[in-house]
Design a protein around this ligand. Structure first.
Ligand code: ADP
Ligand code: ADP
Length: 232
């Protein structure tokens, strides 16, 4: 469902450069939850941002659902991105919009009519358990509730892929558990393929089917979780 083929990305210029990704290849199967784990600076953010081409690789191919995103034009890329939802460590909600408004905004790109946007927003807010907060503003919510809004917004355009950028890193352990449970439920109920990055091995152990270990821009381990955690 998601394949990176020999992806490289270097930041900087000829005087000082950092290889954030160095010949990275990985495959995420349809319907699985795949985790990329690594320390700060390993290249995780750069990796996940290449999957929707927020970051354009210097070399290599990024294939999502059979389409090589590095080889298509901007119109096609916009359509392909609608199929890729993303959630963030700091939620990235608009504070001036209500919970429902944040979700509806994400539906504007789909061209859905106003009434349909509202219906769809309320449907997703129900799915993430926030129906009673639809009129609230982000500033009135707990961290866990904010991330539920982030998830609802990411799901608005009915993506086939969900990218998670350290989505639980700002949350306490109990809230982390409930958000990971929600991600698992979405994965199972909607059949979404999930790619997450995290610096916490516990997150990977809790929900991932497969994982890769990233060190200094290179994948040093890659495989089903059961094999990875049983290695010495
Ligand atoms: P992680 O998410 O694992 O912490 P990043 O992908 O953010 O790692 O960063 C990988 C490396 O690339 C780091 O050395 C970082 O400093 C560098 N880097 C990331 N983004 C930029 C940028 N926009 N400009 C310069 N260097 C960058
Ligand atoms: P970090 O992981 O460094 O804490 P965030 O997860 O908050 O950063 O954001 C990651 C990146 O996603 C930002 O650098 C920004 O360019 C981009 N971004 C921010 N808001 C949105 C959004 N609503 N939709 C898509 N991309 C966004």
């Amino acid at each position: 469902m998601i394949s990176l083929h020999s992806v490289s990305k270097t930041f900087g210029d000829h005087t000082r450069s950092v290889a954030a990704l160095d010949d990275v290849s990985l495959d995420v199967a349809r319907g699985e939850i795949f985790g990329v784990v690594g320390q700060s600076g390993a290249g995780k953010s750069t990796l996940i941002r290449t999957v929707n081409l927020l970051e354009r690789p210097d070399a290599g191919a990024v294939v999502v659902d059979g389409v090589d995103l590095t080889s298509i034009g901007s119109g096609q890329l916009r359509l392909a991105r609608q199929k890729i939802g993303m959630i963030f460590q700091h939620f990235n909600l608009l504070s001036s919009r209500t919970v429902r408004g944040n979700v509806e905004l994400a539906l504007e790109v789909t061209g859905a009519e106003r009434r349909e946007r509202r219906r769809r927003a309320d449907e997703i807010l129900d799915l993430v358990g926030l129906t009673d907060k639809a009129e609230a503003y982000p500033g009135q919510l707990s961290g866990g509730q904010k991330q539920r809004v982030g998830i609802a917004r990411a799901l608005a355009a009915e993506p086939t892929v969900l990218l998670s950028d350290e989505a639980t890193s700002a949350l306490d352990p109990e809230t982390t558990r409930s958000i990971l449970e929600l991600v698992r439920t979405i994965n199972q109920q909607l059949g979404l393929t999930v790619l997450l990055i995290t610096h916490e091995m516990d997150v990977v152990k809790t929900i991932c089917d497969s994982a890769a270990l990233l060190e200094s821009g290179r994948i040093v381990e890659h495989g089903p979780l059961v094999e990875l955690i049983s290695r010495p």
